[in-house]
Write a protein that binds this ligand. Sequence first.
Ligand SMILES: [Zn+2]
Ligand SMILES: [Zn+2]
Length: 421
Amino acid sequence: MTQYRRLKGTHDVLPEDGLKWIKVENEIHQLMQVYNYNYMRTPIFEKTSLFARGIGQLTDIVSKEMYSFTDRGGKSLTLKPEMTAPIIRAYLENKLYAQQSLNKLYYISPLFRQENPQAGRLRQFHQFGAEALGSPNPTIDAEIINLALSIYSSLGLKNLTLKINSVGDPICRIPYKKTLQEYIQPNLAKYCSDCQKRFDENPMRILDCKNETCKTLNKDAPKISAHLCDDCKIHYTQLQILLDQLNIKYELDNNLVRGLDYYTRTVFEITSMDLGSQNAICGGGRYDLLAEELGGQPTAAVGFASGIERLLMVMEKQGLLLSEEERLQVFLIPVGEAAQQIITEWLYKLRNAGFRTDMDYLKRSIKAQMREAHRQKTRFVLILGDDELKNKNFSLKFMDKNEQISVPYEQLISFLKSNSE
Ligand SMILES: [Zn+2]
Ligand SMILES: [Zn+2]
């Protein structure tokens, strides 16, 4: 018989980890709501061309990593490798801009990329993120950064570094790219093959290369910050003033770039020392030209995306996931046939009252049922036998203290409530 196994680069969330995911996702939902962002879901797959246009043909994602396939109707479809293009597609298609001038949206979603699996890089992974569509104002850039940091801090993360940069806009970037190409050209042959490919279309991405030789060659490259036009300079300065007002620490990083032409002005990254070389847990920025690239009206936009598996890795390293596990609150044990029916009624009464309650379904002995209650770290065991039936009460065992008392039926729920802190 074939033993089926999960595919390379995929991951099962097992019962022992389920609660971690719920806690992290609950925290994300809560902070997003507090910041007045609205939850959205988009389909798992879209037309391939949406991503080719929305991410860029020359990127690794589009050229090497997408799960694309032809459906039975002959259409080329792709499992979504990122969320910004689908969000913009849905925003334009559903004319969200007609309902309000600023749309603040967020998502939590699985994504798919055929990468070489390594720590923190999966082929099906999960991201959460936010997109604010409709405002060119740097206050919303600051809000997006603050929102990401607030979520991390509410989860207890420490030692994060925020790096920011401005990549300008078409007005200042076109002359800057020329200046940069003039700097690189004499040494182009010494750069790695990826950089050589990027030279014509995407020279700014060369600044971002992690190859040591390229890094050394880039040491004296002209900086975009010295070539920003007045409007971009004002935007960048205002962002820094706003972050200062919010007491958010940041580093200016001239080498932080996004290679694609629809990125404008703000780019940022949040990194953790606890992630090794893949140290970014969050990336974001402004992309005022993407909506037009996807066939819509010009729409000022800024957002971020954050990998949940990487976030969990950092939390694990920082000891943030070891907190209390969910305990079974009540385990019911009937003794004898007569008790069986009454105890089933109480099972649902207690569940309706909100107690995590369970009983035995395997006809095990009383002793084995007590062992099961211990295994599940149960707080209270309720025993119902002939004596208890006659007196209309339960024998209640405090499992932590190994004490036992009698509690009348009508006092049971209020007793459990007042003893469950
Ligand atoms: Zn390189
Ligand atoms: Zn500019």
